[in-house]
Design a protein. Structure first.
Length: 78
């Protein structure tokens, strides 16, 4: 993903998959994610099996960095 961002020259906007059923398998299986979302989203990047930890959300829309949600991912780069 870093190479894609580097090539684009811009950050990628993405979101975690959310489902009311925390046990549901498709939220971590890349093949099932692709089957469900391929006609709804622009691109699906297969990064292998995931886990059910929420992502970190950072607002960079102003000059001041704002942490919206701290989840998986290090904030050390800030």
């Amino acid at each position: 993903i870093r190479e894609i961002v580097k090539e684009l020259g811009n950050p990628i906007v993405s979101t975690s998959i959310r489902d009311e059923d925390d046990v549901i398998e498709y939220t971590t299986d890349p093949e099932l994610i692709f089957e469900k979302w391929q006609k709804i989203v622009d691109i699906v990047i297969d990064g292998g099996y995931g886990d059910n930890q929420p992502s970190t959300v950072i607002d960079l829309s102003t000059d001041e960095i704002e942490i919206i949600r701290e989840g998986k991912g290090s904030l050390d780069i800030l």
